[in-house]
Design a protein around this ligand. Structure first.
Ligand code: NCD
Length: 309
């Protein structure tokens, strides 16, 4: 891999060649079963810090497992009991931990551009990996989604992908759109209530608030969680109405191709954005996404680790 990259903050700033290489490494990891138990040494002399300032289950645990599978050490920063409660800034907290000999910082935060800021403010030789920032970006999620798609679908440029739900508040969608564009996927349909479609997307994507029409003949259906924590009082959605018009259930699913696969980044609001029978049904690849998440995060950590050997 020729291109240099010190941080993984957005898909936009990650060259196609690196995205391709990360997917390839992750595929190889899965094929060899390296994601299942610690056998590799790529992170042998390195320490990964998980600093999650927002809740997480799968992203945090999969970064932790990924680091352990690569022979690294892991610190899970106990954010709620940290000196930030005494007024320390995030910059000082991260710089303090970096000074103890930690190299790879996996950060989730409610602010969109926090990782860019930290990468400019902190002098120590460290790498920042975005584990979800505001509504702005979630690059490792987009990569694991594309990995899951490539396991089931051959010709990416011919695919039709439908993304359903809370597009406005989701950080997953912006990274997915950037990645799908890089890989030449053109038919992307955004399906949501009108108020949940950001205006700037209208010129570039096919947009509808009709679920059946949107998923007609598509190959991949990506449902999104309703981001309750980011929805303002003024834009509250009537959940019963949402469920009636936008929940992915069996009837709606019948409009997609018979071999369409279903993705959801998790955590799911079961029987709100997706019916349980569909989430647990034969077309669902939600659990595969979770497994693929460990492999993709191993690929990311191992790629960035090359700066420290
Ligand atoms: C996403 C997140 O937390 O940003 N989930 C995840 O990382 N697996 C999406 C979400 O919360 O809806």
């Amino acid at each position: 891999m020729s291109a240099e990259l010190k941080h993984l903050i957005t898909i936009e700033e990650t060259p196609l060649e690196i995205c391709q290489s990360l997917l390839k490494t992750a595929q190889n990891t899965l094929k060899k079963g390296y994601h299942r138990y610690p056998r590799l040494n790529d992170l042998k002399k390195l320490t990964v810090v998980n600093a999650f300032f927002e809740d997480s289950t799968r992203t945090r645990v999969s970064f932790e497992l990924a680091a352990m599978r690569l022979g690294g050490q892991v610190i899970n920063l106990p954010v709620a009991q940290s000196a930030m409660n005494k007024g320390e800034t995030i910059k000082d907290t991260i710089a303090t931990i970096a000074a103890m000999g930690c190299q790879l910082f996996v950060i989730r935060h409610r602010e969109d551009r926090i990782l860019e800021q930290l990468s400019h403010q902190i002098d120590s030789p460290v790498s920042f990996i975005n584990a979800g920032s505001g509504r702005y970006a979630h690059p490792s999620q987009a990569l694991l989604d594309l990995l899951t798609i490539t396991q089931h679908k051959k010709n990416l440029s011919d695919l039709s992908i439908a993304i359903i739900g809370d597009i406005k508040h989701s950080r997953v969608v912006s990274s997915q759109l950037a990645l799908y564009k890089k890989f030449g996927i053109k038919d992307i349909r955004l399906i949501a209530p009108k108020t949940w479609i950001p205006e700037q997307l209208s010129d570039h994507y096919s947009i509808t608030d009709n679920l059946d029409k949107g998923i007609e003949g598509c190959d991949v259906i990506n449902t999104l969680r309703i981001q309750k924590e980011r929805i303002l009082e003024s834009e509250q959605m009537d959940l019963a109405w949402y469920r009636q018009h936008f929940q992915l259930n069996h009837d709606h699913l019948s409009h997609a191709k018979p071999d369409a696969i279903i993705l959801h980044p998790g955590p799911m609001n079961r029987d709100i954005e997706i019916a349980s029978v569909v989430a647990d049904g034969p077309q669902s690849r939600i659990q595969n996404q979770v497994t693929n998440g460990v492999a993709i995060r191993m690929a990311i950590l191992s790629f960035l680790a090359k700066h420290y050997v």
